[in-house]
Design a protein around this ligand. Sequence first.
Ligand code: B3K
Ligand code: ZN
Length: 863
Amino acid sequence: PHSFRRLEYSPPTYTLGQVALDIALDPAHTIVKSRLEVLPGPHHAADAPLILQGEELEFVSLRVNGEVHRQFELSPGFLKILALPDGGQKAFIVEIICACAPATNTSLMGLYVSNGNFFTQCEAEGFRKITYFLDRPDVMARYRVTLRAIEADYPVLLSNGNLIDTEKLPNGWHLATWEDPFPKPSYLFALVAGKLECLEETITTSSGATKLLQIWVEPADLKKTRHAMDSLIAAIHWDEKRFGLELDLERFMIVAVSDFNMGAMENKGLNIFNTKFILAQPETATDADFANIESVVAHEYFHNWTGNRVTCRDWFQLSLKEGLTVFRDQEFSADQMGSESGRAVRRIDDVRVLRQLQFPEDAGPMAHPIRPDEYEEINNFYTVTVYEKGAEVVRMYQTLLGVEGFRKGMDLYFQRHDGHAVTCDDFLAAMADANGRDLSRFKYWYSQSGTPKVHVAERYDASLQQYHLTLSQSCTPGDGQTLKNAFHIPLKMRLLTASNDQAEQLLELTQENQTWVFEGLAERPALSLNRGFSAPIQLKFAQSQDDLMHLFFADDDAFNRWESGQTLAMQLILDNHLPDSALIDAYRHILTDPDLDPAFKELALSLPAESYLYEQCVEVDPQHIHNARRAFRHAVASELRLEWAALYQQMQTPGPFSPDAVSAAKRALKNCALNMLLEADPLIWAPMAVNQYQTADNMTDRYGALAALVICGSKEAQACLKDFYTRFEGDTLVIDKWFALQASRPPVKGAQSTLEAVQQLRQHAAFKMNNPNRVRSVIHAYCLNNPASFHLADGSGYVFWAEAVLALNAVNPQIAARLARGLDRWRNFAQPFQSQMLAALQRVATSPGLSADVREVINKAIG
Ligand code: B3K
Ligand code: ZN
């Protein structure tokens, strides 16, 4: 298999000026005519051939400077054009005609058909499935695009930029021509054609310009677009205010499609979204859906500057745009919460995702630095490391430089690089130069993989009234990197004392070992370190139970308050213990505190995820961990049953539904209480859950009640599931929830196994192997998100996994490769799980016809 290496980057031999595309859309045979103005690149050598990428294309013809050109070679993946005029040293024109087959394109890369409409997905390397091209992000060109189609079937024709012409054509065809004023790399190209309608709004931006915003969906979905539009408008205003960045186009369009490989795509002026991240109404979308829509709409909008105006030189630099844009959307979403405690709750949520998904990745066979050095298939590197850890790295600049210093760095970054394709080093340089700071040690966050560990040793000297803090760092890489340089680790800390006289400080750990001495401490303080999770590290700190308990009661940093509770619970669960009375009292104190944000209460009472617990073990026994955690949860449910019952009453939200953060937090805590009550006394509380299910006026409450019944294995669950299906049969996104809930049900004694249920769901008439959302709601939900039902000692879960990976490999390599990641951590499991996992991996590895995507993941797992 071929590997691409970061250090082998070389600038393009040729670049592009104007690009004109003329595309006649036909599901079976779309004809693409391109006219490329080709220019010699900066390091051009005379007579260099022009090598264009192209995949799954039917070549029709080639002209150079208007003449038929016969000196070319076609090979899988390439069109090599030789004997160019003037040895290619002056600008020349290449005209190519080729064809593709969108209707049979199930990879959902390039041009494809979904529900009778046309869509494209070009990032990372999909444009080469539309036409032969210099398909690399450092070649930026100006596009003019003419789309032709039968008007009755495809009344709406969209592409990037501004609409400059529409015409009726013979035989019921019509055309539309779009021109994008901004040079862009091919991965930001998009077209959409079909029967769509839009919600539109005009807004005025900070400079007084008027802009047209449109959200295009299938006609029946128009009523579900309001929240996405509100989110877009909020994001536009936030970016003006926080970063001084204004929308640069006259028109900004979003289109929703139900067949999509990921969440959404930031194509210039024409974002394309998975319907899951656009469509919402209270009856069909949960509070989590509303929040996700807000954050994904903002994320793609923010890419307009961080990604599109300044883009990546090569795909190794992906985190340059993704880490930065995730950081921006996290900050936006936190601000939308409207309060400090709301901000903290968002932060806790983001850190949970990082620790549950990214920490395991960074310790496993697919570990890579946020700027990878090597890949076989770039699609495999759109990872939680590049995105979420990348965002943590950007956050650390802000922690080190302050909000204003960070803004100065951003301003300089745009001043230097607007309109260019640049690198992570350029970003670091802008941050350092704008602030006159030496950030040379900070660069290791880009080049070294693994989660750094920070070991804490503390000593209090009563006679000198001194507190000594020694921190040492280490890092075990997962990907064969050996040499580790010390990271530059910003740690917010505060010493908690009875007199409350110590301020928060920022410690910069830049050596392997450092000691700090704090003076004037009349009593031994409790240490609150890595406040707000200021660095993406693992703290190794044998903090005393007393201090942890003190933090859980009294830390003014909400993140660390939450964290100390997690640590207390985690230690007990891993030791197979139930909560002691001190911890139950602490939980009671939190639940009954009238001044505490309900969202925080809900998080404080949520136990560490099984996948996070796995990371603390040398030999993972998934069934053992599940049982220990379940028993612990049962005790928390039973011992606090009075408090849960009271909260269930207090957290009702009478009146019309509103998705705002305060109401959502109440619903979250109420539904958490309902789950706990069903855990404690299922027979008593099942009727209450059924009642909530039946009378709910919103999806959060209806789904919350249904999920509680399903998870506890209540006999009422089946009837409610049946009702739910009939009630929402026409609504694909809601039916995805119905599938996902059953596939993620933890094991229930005496009930059908989840594996059997999932096998039946795969045979369900509404299951579709070529729709990624549906596949994710059944197969990925079971294999990646339901550890105790998946890790079965007889290996049957892994057999199901292997068969699903192979079946998906033939349909959609990206979706298959994501599933293939499911056994990454096999080496960490106890027997018999470990051998059964290896057998399943080997079965996939030795199967014929593996895509590059799946092959890379499986080979790395086996090692
Ligand atoms: N940039 C896209 C991701 C493209 C994934 C290609 N396999 C969405 C985003 O991060 O905004
Ligand atoms: Zn992104």
